[in-house]
Design a protein around this ligand. Structure first.
Ligand SMILES: CCCCC/C=C\C/C=C\CCCCCCCC(=O)SCCNC(=O)CCNC(=O)[C@H](O)C(C)(C)COP(=O)(O)OP(=O)(O)OC[C@H]1O[C@@H](n2cnc3c(N)ncnc32)[C@H](O)[C@@H]1OP(=O)(O)O
Ligand code: UBL
Length: 275
């Protein structure tokens, strides 16, 4: 019996050693294992968090985000990631707001939960609902699902949100690039978040995460430890603005966020390029 345990112990050690050697030798293996670990963590943590959310809050509610946030905030330690956050006070606006941020990777969920204010739901693509336990936890957290393939339906959902934001007193977090983009720059912004802000007459609060490219790049199989700088910028008021002002509001927000992204990522000179 004791010999059996010893053999099991030796086998596990050997496997870990082998994985370590493979990770050192092959960046592709290292990348796949670290991303695999992230997905596994999301799936397992979601499965464990679903019953907690149901027991504490009974069903789909933004209150579950507090539980989800507590769990996801531990993930960074597995990957040696550090967050340096500035400007959290800018979230302290009276009532609802639209929060917009850059979206680089599925790893963004760690950065999101690092700063997420209370009573804040995200807008996400509806396909996320079908990711098993992760989809279930996202649903329970109150995420607003949109169909990106139908502009009409996405606009209808957003218009409904504009109506209920004030009564429910929630903040809404939107990724205005509309998709992940890990190039160290921003994609042109879609206007949905800004229409929403103007329709609800609530401020837009930009949040910028420094570029991941120094420690994370799927094309180069790069995924090491690293530091992410996060800055919550001052709210941009929308009181009195109409749908005619949405383009200007979008541009203003885009320019401010791009400048901040380059500054945080140590590329200040590129902020002047507006290509
Ligand atoms: C415990 C363990 C847990 C483990 C898991 C960890 C954490 C998870 C927990 C919770 C976190 C969940 C986080 C989910 C994140 C999800 C991220 C995403 O899914 S990003 C992708 C989805 N989001 C978006 O797409 C938002 C941005 N997009 C938009 O805003 C778009 O504008 C749009 C509303 C979707 C419509 O897009 P579409 O491409 O169809 O059209 P256009 O943008 O080109 O617009 C066309 C036209 O319409 C005008 N317009 C747009 N919106 C409106 C509106 N609301 N009202 C009126 N008019 C609108 C727009 O201006 C264009 O007209 P014009 O060209 O004349 O200006
Ligand atoms: C029964 C079905 C089982 C499916 C299993 C799927 C397992 C998925 C496991 C882990 C994934 C963790 C994902 C965390 C949530 C990430 C949210 C996110 O970042 O979505 C991307 C979306 O913003 C934009 O998508 P695109 O860049 O347009 O694409």
């Amino acid at each position: 019996m004791e010999l059996g345990w010893l053999l099991w112990g030796a086998a596990v050690l050997l496997l870990l050693l082998l994985l370590h050697v493979l990770m050192e030798l092959s960046p592709a293996v290292n990348f796949a294992l670290r991303i695999g670990l992230y997905c596994l963590l999301c799936v397992v943590a979601s499965a464990l968090t679903v019953p907690a959310c149901l027991l504490v809050n009974g069903g789909r509610t933004v209150k579950n985000m507090r539980i989800i946030k507590t769990v996801v905030k531990t993930f960074k330690y597995f990957f040696g990631l550090r967050f340096e956050v500035k400007g959290l006070k800018n979230f302290e606006v009276e009532g609802p707001a639209i929060i917009v941020s850059n979206h680089q990777s599925i790893l963004d969920m760690m950065g999101l939960m690092e700063v997420l204010p209370n009573n804040c739901v995200q807008v996400g693509k509806k396909e996320l609902m079908y990711t098993g336990t992760v989809g279930l936890i996202i649903y329970l957290g109150g995420v607003i699902f949109i169909n990106r393939k139908s502009t009409t339906s996405a606009k209808m959902v957003m218009a409904e949100v504009a109506k209920t934001m004030a009564t429910d007193n929630v903040k809404v977090w939107v990724y205005p690039e509309g998709t992940r983009n890990c190039t160290g720059d921003l994609l042109p912004f879609k206007k949905g978040a800004f229409h929403l802000a103007v329709q609800a007459q609530v401020p837009v609060i930009p949040v910028v995460y420094s570029s991941f490219t120094t420690f994370y790049n799927p094309k180069k199989n790069l995924f090491t430890s690293g530091k992410i700088k996060v800055e919550v910028l001052p709210p941009i008021e929308t009181k009195g603005l109409t749908s005619d002002d949405v383009s200007d509001l979008t541009d203003k927000c885009f320019c401010t966020m791009r400048e901040t992204l380059f500054r945080l990522s140590g590329r200040p000179s590129e902020a002047k390029d507006s290509s």
